[in-house]
Design a protein around this ligand. Structure first.
Ligand code: DUC
Ligand code: ZN
Length: 482
């Protein structure tokens, strides 16, 4: 064999399945050998006393996507967001293409496809958000885009500008089912939120903490159950995104126990924050305000249980970069808005992995293998990127992170690279931080310096996701066979 480009030596290699001692040999961006005493390479990294894990896959991020609700502008572009991801141990992102109402889906895809060019420093795929499922979108555009590698489709049950009726969701699901795509659902009951919000505002309860009342667990539980029902009726695998309540997790567990293909995703803001973070001095609570919002401490404990026992298969950031001290960001509606007029969303693409790694090191709730599963391997399998991404194996892309398990960090915005003026996780202490990030064999983060090149990231067409790819069970009318 010609000389290796890179060897990572003396690594404690952690995958979703096992932990082994091995060197890792890299050639032309791929892992080509695993084993002891690999031959010398052009470049060498000694990973003694470190862990080497697959690069993270953050499969729920919003990049260069303005708020459909408030019109707020994101502070960060594909360059700063992908740099931030890489510095936090993530080597693949899956942001969204959002169709505007009346817009051709293909046109939306073309617009979003142009944005990372010359900027992205790591690889990326794209999900589709359908807001207008016209006959042309359903019958022509979605099937053609699935063929082109856009194999996950998100629908909203809330947000007036984006939400679909149950009928429309069934239409989208049945097209997805027929063509082998996965449907992601933002599950909250829009009318309940509107009614609760009106009552809260009428009675003067306008502070950020009342977001948790307007979006209380029953709101998510009901919509999650309804989404599961729609998936069952159309025989479509679904993924419930950013699950914030133990009650919704309970619905997912119930569906899984009935053999339905329902995947649960949760995020750092629900495992590491609570509604107390919404109740900080002045409007500081806006820094933790997202939809759904974090809930009670008991609720958070229920989510940790669902993370421990496998109900959640995916852990993503839902990164949405709207700045705090910025009239185009959180407070686009003026300086003193009621909770429902503050822009939803929190940043987290760089802190996602270190927050959970620290918990995995403790080992009480999850171990390092499960950490790898929920941060990398499961997203790769779920979205049709496995085994190219999400694991350490011969033939996979050399997307690797060398983790220093001894480094102690108190999180603060100054150390992050996401272009934001705050982090909701400010002041949290974690143990473990990425020391080196390698993307397709290139060292892009090392010794506290970003060393990658803008534009080196590639678009990843996705295969049909594993959960959506089990043959034709629909009849010619699109109705599941009995
Ligand atoms: N909620 C969403 O649904 N998307 C992005 C931000 C948020 O808080
Ligand atoms: Zn989101």
């Amino acid at each position: 064999m010609t000389e290796l480009d890179l060897v990572v030596r003396n690594a404690t290699v952690v995958t979703a399945d096992e932990t082994i001692q091995s060197d890792i040999g890299v050639k032309d961006g791929k892992i080509v050998s695993l084993g002891p005493n690999l031959p010398a390479a052009t470049e060498e990294i000694d990973a003694r006393d470190k862990y080497v894990l697959p690069g993270g896959i953050d499969s729920h991020v919003h990049i260069e996507q303005d708020s459909a609700e408030t019109g707020a502008k994101t502070a960060a572009d594909f360059l700063s967001t992908t740099v931030s991801a890489a510095c936090g141990g993530t080597t693949t992102l899956i942001p969204f293409v959002r169709q505007e109402k009346g817009q051709s889906l293909r046109e939306a895809v073309n617009t979003y496809r142009a944005r990372p060019e010359g900027k992205a420093v790591i690889d990326y795929a794209l999900h589709l958000i359908i807001t207008d499922p016209s006959a042309n979108v359903l019958n022509q555009e979605i099937p053609a885009l699935i063929e082109d590698g856009y194999t996950s489709i998100k629908v909203y049950m809330t947000y007036r500008a984006m939400m679909l009726s149950d009928y429309q969701i069934l239409e989208v699901m049945s097209v997805a089912r027929r063509h082998g795509a996965l449907v992601m659902v933002h599950a909250e009951n829009a009318d309940c939120i509107t009614w609760l919000t009106e009552k809260l505002l009428e009675s003067g309860r306008v502070a950020p903490k009342f977001k948790a009342v307007a979006h209380q667990p029953a709101v998510e539980r009901e919509a999650t159950h309804r989404a599961i029902t729609l998936g069952e009726i159309s025989d479509t695998p679904i993924l419930i995104v950013h699950v914030a309540s133990g009650e919704a997790a309970e619905m997912i567990r119930w569906a899984q126990s009935r053999g339905l293909k329902v995947i649960g995703e949760t995020c750092p803001q629900y495992l590491f924050l609570t509604e107390a973070d919404l109740d900080k001095e002045g409007l500081e609570g806006a820094k933790s305000l997202c939809a759904p919002p974090p809930g009670s401490p008991e609720n958070r404990e229920a989510l940790w249980q669902a993370m421990s026992n496998g109900v959640f298969e995916i852990y993503s950031s839902d990164h949405a970069a709207f700045r705090y001290d910025d009239a185009h960001g959180k407070f686009v509606n003026g300086p003193n808005p009621s909770f429902n007029r503050i822009t939803n969303g929190v940043p987290g693409v760089e802190t996602r992995m270190p927050l959970l790694f620290s918990e995995a090191l403790k080992g009480d709730r999850i171990d390092l293998n499960r950490f790898v599963a929920v941060t990398a391997t499961n997203p790769a399998k779920t979205y049709g990127l496995f085994p190219r991404k999400g694991t350490i194996a011969v033939g996979s892309d050399a997307d690797l992170v060398v983790w220093d398990p001894d480094r102690k960090v108190t999180i603060s915005v100054d150390q992050l690279h996401d272009g934001m003026d705050y982090t909701p996780f400010d002041g949290l202490d974690v143990q473990g931080w990425p020391e080196v990030t390698i993307s397709r064999g290139d060292i892009i983060w090392q010794g506290g310096e970003f060393t990658g090149t803008p534009g080196r990231g590639s678009f990843l067409p996705c295969d049909r996701p594993a959960p959506a790819n089990d043959g034709d069970v629909l009849d010619d009318a699109g109705v599941p066979r009995p």
